[in-house]
Write a protein that binds this ligand. Structure first.
Ligand code: MN
Length: 319
């Protein structure tokens, strides 16, 4: 069965410094090993893909990527360079790799322009965004130009976690809760809800977002979102689709990255339907072999397995 992974990270020697803030989250030896594998884009990675039956990786720059850069001009130069490099990797291995662009969101106009260049000229299939950019989230009115371009090009934005701005009070004194085990997921789900209530999908009804990690918990809470929205003070917000769950079902696509467990997959299938679930491994932070073995053995129909493994990716990304 053809298998395509959508959350597959790399880094370059020039940009490796942006990941310094993530280093303290991992055990030191795990960080060293992940860093080594991030830098090896086509060597060990291709051999492992062959070994586990992963046909294609859609590559993305590792979190937080150039969004950690404070200077806009530097971010623009870095995005251009890394997208050119990624296009070169894809050109050398067109059957094995595809790409999500990195965007210099520090400058919204430049980010929209780079998205268009990456898709139209470099053949990329969307962009991967790592949480906030210097404290700015994707519902910011200044970033509507990026959504307008993404919707126009028909490509998704993959919303990936990164360290938040500061530490939420409830997490203070508990650094073990910061990172992919807990805070990244809840903050990324919250970021998606900012897009819903911030009107992004009412302005751009066909905008598409990908979330990793089985949807960062959102498939589990759809009924409660709607039931409590019906009960809450709306603070002047009107949702064109009526209920928040409608946006999760329409605008959101999720990947299985970093979750090799049947209960959340079955929940996601029931909540979102099999057309909105795609495969990903979260390499190199998770093992490709565990992810592909889970996909092969998960208690789902063969029709759904094929959609998750490759059919949905081929349709959504035009692969
Ligand atoms: Mn990841």
């Amino acid at each position: 069965m053809r298998t395509i992974g959508l959350e597959e990270h790399f880094v370059t020697p020039e940009l490796v410094g942006h990941g310094a803030s993530s280093a303290s989250i991992l055990q030191p030896e795990k960080w060293r090993e992940a860093s080594r594998r991030l830098l090896d884009i086509t060597g060990e990675r291709l051999a492992e893909m062959d070994a586990v039956g992963l046909d294609m990786q859609v590559l993305s720059l590792n979190s937080p990527g150039i969004q950690a850069e404070k200077d806009s001009a530097t971010a623009i130069a870095q995005a251009t360079a890394v997208n050119d490099l990624l296009a070169g990797v894809v050109a050398d291995h067109p059957d094995r790799f595809a790409g999500f662009a990195a965007l210099p969101l520090q400058d919204p106009q430049a980010a929209a322009k780079e998205l268009e260049r990456a898709v139209s000229e470099l053949g990329m299939h969307g962009a991967l965004v790592n949480a906030h950019t210097q404290g700015r989230y994707l519902d910011d009115p200044q970033l509507r130009v990026v959504w307008e371009r993404a919707e126009g090009l028909g490509v998704p934005l993959y919303l990936h976690p990164a360290n938040g701005v500061g530490t939420p009070h409830v997490i203070e004194g508990h650094p073990e809760l910061v990172g992919p085990m807990w805070s990244w997921g809840s903050e990324t789900a919250t970021h998606f809800l900012r897009l819903v209530f911030g009107g992004v999908f009412d302005d751009f009804p066909e905008a598409k977002v990908l979330l990793g990690h089985m949807g960062e918990g959102l498939p589990y809470v759809l009924w409660r979102l709607d039931s409590r929205w019906d009960y809450h003070n709306h603070h002047g917000i009107e949702l064109a689709r009526g209920n928040p769950s409608e946006y999760v079902r329409h605008n959101l696509y999720i990947t299985t990255s970093g979750v090799c467990s049947a209960p959340p997959l079955l929940c996601a299938l029931l909540a979102l339907g099999s057309d909105h679930i795609l495969f990903g491994t979260d390499y190199p932070f998770e093992e490709m072999a565990a992810a592909t073995a889970f996909l092969e053995t998960a208690p789902i129909s063969e029709a759904d397995r094929a959609k998750i493994a490759h059919l949905n990716a081929e349709r959504l990304l035009g692969l």
